[in-house]
Unconditional design. Structure first.
Length: 231
């Protein structure tokens, strides 16, 4: 059976979801392979003010197996998860009344900083992860960057060393959920006096294992001295 729990969530954006209306059954968003039922579910999404938040949440949590979310079927969400390209905003059919032609607008100015480029392409989810949408590579000041490289450089203030890895298990671009070779090497000595000294040298907050190791190292010489004095 599909899991309907995401509809019952009390997170702020869920409260505004069109599918939570009293006259709509949660089962309506989990149609079988019936074109009419699928289109009926998608029509609910087209009139929803938080369709994008719903879709981003589905991508962040890996919900690509059941139901209609953000106006898309599971296979359509899987395609977005692979390409990173979001669909155009869902909207009701346009009104039949003629509208004046729109004036041509100037192209969006290029970002002035890498942080600005990152902010334009990312959205933070309710559970603290960061989703990147659009092309997975950008060109900034003549340099080609991958999305992960941008996320790491903006968050850590330096270029990554070696391959980047995620620590959260999600398709996430939050900087402190990414590690490079240097961070992994540093983390390997955590829980030792060397790790404690590294934290101090870098002006970082000392982690619990390193603080414990340093305390133990300071205690051992004193304990040995006490034993000799007692002998």
């Amino acid at each position: 059976m599909p899991d309907h729990s995401h509809i019952a969530t009390t997170t702020t954006w869920h409260q505004h979801a069109a599918c939570r209306a009293d006259n709509i059954s949660p089962d309506a968003m989990f149609p079988d392979n019936n074109k009419t039922e699928i289109e009926r579910a998608k029509a609910i999404c087209r009139g929803c003010s938080v369709w994008k938040e719903c879709l981003l949440d589905a991508l962040a949590t890996g919900d690509t197996e059941w139901g209609i979310r953000g106006g898309l079927r599971p296979e359509e969400r899987r395609k977005i998860a692979n390409t990173g390209v979001l669909p155009k905003p869902a909207a009701p059919a346009p009104a039949r009344t003629p509208k004046p032609a729109k004036r041509a607008t100037a192209h969006e100015e290029p970002p002035k900083t890498l942080a600005e480029a990152f902010a334009r392409r990312t959205v933070r989810t309710d559970d603290g992860h960061v989703i990147w949408y659009g092309a997975k590579q950008i060109r900034f000041q003549g340099v080609q960057y991958t999305a992960l490289r941008v996320a790491f450089a903006v968050g850590h203030g330096r270029e990554p060393e070696g391959p980047l890895r995620r620590t959260c298990g999600r398709n996430c671009y939050r900087a402190d959920h990414l590690t490079d070779a240097r961070i992994r090497a540093e983390q390997a000595d955590c829980g030792t006096t060397a790790g404690y000294l590294r934290h101090r040298r870098n002006g970082e907050a000392t982690c619990g294992p390193c603080r414990k190791a340093n305390t133990a190292a300071n205690y051992r010489p004193k304990a040995a001295t006490d034993r000799k004095a007692a002998a």
